[in-house]
Design a protein around this ligand. Structure first.
Ligand code: ADP
Ligand code: MG
Length: 563
């Protein structure tokens, strides 16, 4: 029988696994790692790169690299990568294609069927888009599984008789809370809530803010690549929290400073974020009318649940430690693989979603005073994951003196800049010419079960009301566009899978070179020249040895903090 693989197609990282006679086996990628960053790029040769090598290039080739496109599944948004536009479906298909190749290399056979996990709040369009991405990658989706259900299965909860489970998934940029009930062989998602602006990245940003504050340096005072460098140093420090007390050397503007990183220091700066963790949890409990005491298990999913500060917040909330004996960033892939195994034995678990939620954040644009050249800021009105039908209003003000008209643009998306979100429509509103900030327009968004968005705007000074209905059917592929996509993807060039370790090392060297100065930079250049020479030799053993040496040298450079 055809083997089915299980895939976690994540916003930050993806992973896959397969069911074997003795249980789930996670599948390593060409670098030997279980996590493949969900990043796609194009390199200098115009070839597509996927995963770690693309992620290494994210900072220095932002126009040729794309991350976090899962946020766009099921929408019409497309993004330019070098000279071509890609939709989220196409980008996802490139990730899936890489995972499929990894699985084939691992199993030594062709793989053409998969179980893929999706967030519980994904609507029909987003689910269809995920299936289509798989199709473009040459994978037939045997079944989609809700991410929290997959996590529960990895924990073996489907082997119990029944129960109520709370799944907390804190990933790179999102926090998802799901309340699951397992009864009579069916896993039901009873409530899903979340915060789509809360994840691992936000902790890193808070660390950066704190460091700058403590040393009295403004963001604008950072020069060259200092901000990127700081970001990486903080990301690494975050992951190493608790293992030992760290002292980092940081370059902030013209200053060189020492920064001590301790668990206490981190816990303090993380407090506002940890407070926000509680809200969606409480909402999910409220929505499903569940008492905390009725929850049989609390499960942790997602790389950021490794944070001790997060765990203790949850422990305090529930008066016990959550289940976290599985690797939080591969638990969804493991669950998908278990479901794949059940499908092969014809015993698939049924998994349903009962909540109807708004799949995207809907909002409007407001003036960006801090950095006008970035364009307007996105002001969310209805947050993604809100249970529908819903109606919410917020106020906006005239932006300058004597303004006589307000252009209310309606956007869908998760980015803080409107230009990175999808424009759904606009509404022109006449206002009374008044001093800046004195005219008030109340904007009300009402979103119903059928995906219809009604926008009302009431002008305070005149009492006049404007109205617009936006019927948005977000993008999935039609038969025609699917063919066109397939043709375009077929024309893309890829590197052979074998050289991936070398390419990743080169990309990493390039990144470190760009972020370093002076003698450090010269040293990196020497290392890379040495490696390129080894590559030219085309001698596999020599290349492998050089790769090992240079990886170690780069590890040292990154470990001892830069410059
Ligand atoms: P997603 O579901 O969004 O694809 P993941 O579950 O892979 O994301 O989580 C990625 C996040 O996990 C990143 O923000 C990363 O910084 C964070 N992370 C990974 N390892 C650790 C760690 N040891 N400590 C703290 N955060 C971690
Ligand atoms: Mg995830």
């Amino acid at each position: 029988m055809m083997r089915v693989i299980g895939i976690d197609l994540g916003t930050t990282n993806s992973a896959c696994g397969v069911w074997m006679a003795d249980g789930v086996k996670l599948i390593p990628n060409s670098l030997g790692e279980f996590l493949t960053p969900s990043v796609v790029g194009v390199d200098a040769e115009g070839k597509v790169i996927v995963g770690q090598s693309a992620k290494e290039r994210l900072l220095y080739h932002p126009d040729k690299t794309i991350a976090a496109f899962k946020r766009w599944m099921g929408s019409d948004y497309s993004i330019k990568l070098k000279d071509q536009n890609f939709t989220a479906i196409e980008l996802s298909s490139l990730i899936l294609r890489a995972l499929k190749a990894d699985a084939e290399a691992f199993l030594g056979e062709t793989v053409s069927e998969a179980v893929i996990s999706v967030p519980a709040y994904f609507n029909d369009n987003q689910r269809l888009a995920t299936k289509q991405a798989a199709e473009l990658a040459g994978l037939k989706v045997q079944r989609l599984i809700n991410e929290p259900t997959a996590a529960a299965m990895a924990y073996g909860l489907h082997e119990k008789n029944d129960g109520t489970f709370l799944i907390l998934d804190l990933g790179g940029g999102t926090f998802d809370v799901s309340l699951l009930e397992f009864f009579d062989g069916i896993m039901e998602v009873h409530a899903s809530a979340g915060d789509n602006y809360l994840g691992g990245e936000d902790f890193v940003n808070a660390m950066i803010e704190t460091v700058l504050n403590e040393h009295g340096v403004k963001r604008e005072e950072l020069v060259d690549n200092q901000l990127q460098q700081l970001y990486r140093q903080m990301e690494m420090a975050k992951r190493a929290l608790g293992t030992q007390e760290q002292t980092l050397e940081l370059e902030l503007g013209s200053k060189s400073v020492e920064q001590k990183i301790t668990l206490d220091w981190f816990a303090r700066l993380a407090t506002p974020l940890l407070v926000r963790i509680k809200q969606p949890i409480e909402r999910a409990l409220r929505d499903s009318k569940t008492e905390r005491s009725a929850i049989d298990d609390v499960l942790l999913v997602g790389g950021s649940t490794r944070l001790a500060a997060f765990r203790s917040t949850i422990a305090k909330m529930f008066g016990r430690f959550p289940a976290a004996n599985l690797d939080p960033d591969t638990v969804v892939a493991s669950g998908a693989a278990i479901q794949a195994g059940l499908i092969m034995r014809d015993e698939a678990l049924e998994d349903v979603v009962l909540t109807d939620v708004c799949p995207y954040t809907l909002g409007t644009g407001v003036v960006n005073e801090a950095s006008p050249d970035q364009g307007n800021l996105f002001m969310p009105i209805i947050e993604r994951n809100t249970t529908v039908p819903v109606s919410i209003s917020r106020k906006v003000y005239n932006a300058y003196d004597n303004q006589d008209q307000l252009r209310i643009r309606v956007y869908q998306g998760e980015h803080r800049l409107v230009r990175k979100n999808v424009l759904l429509g606009e509404l022109l509103v006449d206002v009374t010419p008044l001093p800046e900030g004195q005219e008030v327009v109340e904007i009300r968004y009402s979103y119903d079960m059928n995906g219809l968005l009604e926008v009302d705007a009431t002008v305070q000074s005149t009492g006049k009301t404007y109205n617009k209905i936006i019927e948005h059917v977000p993008g999935t592929l039609t038969e025609e566009t699917k063919q066109a996509s397939l043709e375009r993807l077929a024309k893309l060039k890829f590197h052979p899978r074998e050289g991936e370790e070398n390419r990743t090392l080169l990309a990493r060297g390039e990144r470190l070179y760009e972020s370093s100065l002076g003698t450090r930079r010269e040293y990196i250049a020497e290392l890379m020249a040495y490696f390129e020479k080894a590559l030219e030799s085309q001698n596999a053993i020599e290349i492998a040895q050089a790769r090992q040496q240079i990886s170690r040298a780069l590890d040292e450079i990154e470990g001892e903090s830069l410059f």
